[in-house]
Design a protein around this ligand. Structure first.
Ligand code: HEM
Length: 305
């Protein structure tokens, strides 16, 4: 064995008061690694459990799970920007491009949802899913909290007037997505929203606090002024904003329209929202990096597609 490796191993184990000989002996009996042990394929491939006998429900479950895995990888990249002590334009752009590639993939693959299921089957199995909805994807919300300042996620109707230093709990009550399940006149929330908040509200508040100053937009504004003007970085940031908040949203909306307003659909969403208005970018006006867009671009947000 290479002497250098032996002495490095010795050093490593001495530092934690461990006997290298014992660890080397352990190696004698350790199992060789296989692909399936490492990737946990057996566990992964046993997580697609249908609620009905309709074959296309498998497409629905599989594609949602793929989305959740990709969301996890996106959060992984954002975390590295959030926690980096030596940020610069090159590192920032590299990470933004990685995140963009994931969102490009989610956007271009959305046809798997739109075309990949039989409309008649969808409108049968979806009845077993009420009152659940992709709306309840917690990772999707975490990506938003980690991408921008809370003010940019506040319902557009309150964005101008809400106190920017409002407590997190109050901010959460005014996030744009409350509109999917809250009657603002009575304050009454739908079961979709109640279930979601019962499960995740505390986690969201903690995450919101952590990312208040570490989100992508805040970190971008910490870069030296010259880096903030870096053409490639600005282009990458705009591409990401557009892909997440217009392209993905519209691909999703068009899939919803295809199934819910198709000949077997009844117009009702599983989560029960007024989805035809709620889901459109021109109403939500969710923009992660607002200063990178002109006033005109912001005004006409989501009307070009
Ligand atoms: C046939 C496929 C799909 C249909 C018909 C559909 C339909 C809907 C509808 C109508 C809503 C509004 C809330 C409600 O009342 O339920 C919604 C929200 C949502 N769905 Fe989907 N969806 C589909 C696929 C997906 C996929 C694959 C994902 C990926 C995880 C997803 C994630 C979301 C998210 C994150 C929201 C909340 C969006 C927001 O607050 O603006 N959906 N969906």
């Amino acid at each position: 064995m290479d002497k250098n490796i032996t002495s490095q191993l010795k050093e490593k184990y001495e530092a934690i008061d461990q006997n290298l000989g014992v660890h080397l002996e352990g190696l004698l009996y350790s199992k060789p690694i296989t692909y399936w042990d490492y990737i946990h394929t057996d566990a992964l491939l046993n997580l697609q459990i249908q609620r009905t006998t309709l074959p296309d429900e498998m497409v629905f479950i599989g594609y949602h799970q793929i989305n959740e895995l990709i969301f996890k990888m996106i959060l992984w990249e954002i975390k590295q920007v959030a926690e980096c002590n030596t940020l610069n334009a090159v590192f920032f752009e590299d990470k933004i491009m990685r995140i963009s590639r994931y969102f490009d993939m989610l956007t271009t693959s959305f046809n798997i949802m739109r075309e990949g299921m039989d409309v008649e089957q969808y409108n049968k199995f979806r009845h077993t899913l009420t009152p659940a909805s992709g709306f309840q994807s917690a990772q999707y919300r975490l990506i938003e909290f980690a991408s921008t300042e809370l003010i940019n996620l506040i319902d557009i109707r309150f964005r101008e007037t809400i106190d920017r230093n409002t407590p997190f709990e109050h901010a959460l009550e005014h996030l744009y997505w409350q509109a999917a399940g809250k009657d603002y006149k009575t304050g009454k929330k739908s079961i979709l929203l109640i279930n979601f908040e019962n499960r995740y509200k505390e986690e969201f508040i903690t995450f919101m606090k952590v990312y208040q100053t570490k989100n992508l937009w805040s970190r971008f504004k910490e870069l030296p002024k010259a880096d903030q003007k870096d053409k490639d970085l600005v282009k990458a940031m705009r591409h990401l904003d557009y892909t997440v908040n217009i392209k993905w949203v519209m691909a999703h909306y068009n899939a919803a329209k295809h199934y819910i307003l198709g000949k077997d659909g009844d117009g009702e969403a599983t989560g029960g929202s007024n989805w035809q208005k709620y889901m459109l970018p021109k109403y939500q006006k969710r923009i992660f990096f607002p200063d990178l867009w002109t006033e005109k671009e912001k005004e006409t947000w989501g009307t070009d597609i």
